[in-house]
Write a new protein. Structure first.
Length: 392
């Protein structure tokens, strides 16, 4: 992946974010890129996919991210309309800024749209958190992952299943890079400050004597029957320990529209900042969630995690970590909570390479590659032997 361009010129890298998980994953990579000002010129692009203060601005503040160099301000719209708007606006930005490379994270609409725009302009692109598969194409995120990985030049993978998935899909080993989980870099960096905030005191909770709940996936909250069953089972669980529920705006809208009232043992609160939530989660007895990122964070924290989903694209959090899938609401959730409280739940362990140094490995690879690909030489996600490169 070399070109005839002079290596003395700094590499202009568009670092794209759009939603909260993107901010958490991109923050340590930006920090690492900026350690090499003679090599990289990182340019932070925020699509605006998450647009309110609680879901966007406050995370920038918490993570110490600089203000975006470019804010695309995409409108609130259907997934298709928002995808089109991001493609259009990012394409214009690519024309203006002449990026040498595009760095994408995660599996949201912004990831897919910017991948398409970059690929059409033959701009090399790299995907952090590549290779994850739920094998469930009813999930919009699964389509986003498949398309982005098929267009990526380098696939940065967080767990071994990602390597296997990409190889099975025909990607060359040369450009699949098993580097670890960049989200855990951010967790390690902010955990001491997060615990020092003692968020549990704000809600009159006792460490290790409460549970945390988060729900936002359409499969759980858009289905009135499913959501009603979830609230009913959580209500039963709240008799065993108090539950605190930082609620996503999407979930709140559905609760209101269905006039669903929460039992007294469940405390509903507004979304929290990154550090507030991390500290609350770190001292929880257990977490009930449908978030993939929280599956990973609880595994790193060794906190039991009950994942209310029928599948997961992060299988290592189940096979090695602290997560258990809860596909059906038939009393299993309450039984698992009882097992946790009785000390009969698995301990789990943090996967290899989830060590807080993933961003260093990513940037080390980018320094080696220097990011240049001749027009016409793109080969998709040519990729790796799955071995992590040495740290700097």
């Amino acid at each position: 992946m070399k070109s005839s361009r002079k290596d003395s010129r700094r590499l202009r890298i568009a670092c794209v974010v759009g939603v909260r998980p993107n901010f958490v994953k991109m923050a340590p990579v930006l920090v690492e890129l900026k350690k090499f000002p003679d090599v990289f010129e990182p340019i932070l692009v925020h699509t605006g996919q998450h647009y309110d203060h609680q879901l966007s601005t406050v995370f920038f503040e918490d993570l110490g991210l600089p203000l975006p160099d470019h804010y695309l301000g995409v409108p609130v719209a259907s997934s298709a309309a928002q995808t089109a708007a991001i493609i259009d606006r990012f394409d214009e930005l690519c024309e203006k800024e002449k990026f040498d490379r595009v760095l994408l994270v995660g599996d949201v609409t912004s990831t897919l749209a910017c991948a398409v725009a970059a690929a059409k302009r033959l701009i090399p692109l790299d995907h952090i958190e590549a290779g994850l598969r739920s094998f469930d194409r009813t999930m919009p995120e699964e389509i986003n992952r498949l398309v982005t990985d098929s267009l990526a030049d380098l696939c940065f993978v967080s767990e071994p299943s990602g390597v296997r998935n990409l190889r099975r899909e025909g990607r060359d080993a040369e450009t699949i890079k098993l580097v670890g989980n960049v989200m855990i870099d951010t967790l390690h960096a902010h955990l001491p400050a997060a615990k020092a905030m003692q968020t549990w005191d704000l809600f009159q909770l006792v460490p290790k004597e409460y549970g945390v709940v988060t729900l936002h996936r359409p499969s759980n909250v858009d289905d009135p029957v499913r959501l009603g069953d979830l609230i009913l089972e959580l209500g039963q669980a709240s008799h065993m320990l108090p539950l605190i529920f930082p609620i996503h705006p999407r979930t709140r809208r559905h609760l209101v529209s269905l006039s669903l009232k929460l039992p007294e043992g469940i405390r509903l609160v507004d979304p929290l900042g990154y550090r507030q939530f991390l500290g609350l989660m770190a001292e929880a007895r257990l977490v009930v969630t449908d978030s993939g990122g929280i599956q990973e964070e609880t595994t790193a924290l060794r906190v039991p995690c009950l994942t209310v989903r029928r599948n997961t694209e992060r299988p290592i959090t189940v096979s090695q970590g602290t997560s258990t899938l809860v596909p059906e609401l038939n009393g299993q959730l309450c039984q698992l909570i009882a097992d946790i409280l009785a000390g009969h739940y698995k301990k789990g362990s943090s996967p290899k390479l989830w060590d807080g140094n993933t961003s260093q490995r990513i940037v080390s690879i980018l320094r080696t590659e220097r990011g240049f690909v001749l027009p016409g030489s793109r080969s998709g996600c040519a990729a790796s032997d799955g071995n992590a490169p040495p740290q700097r």
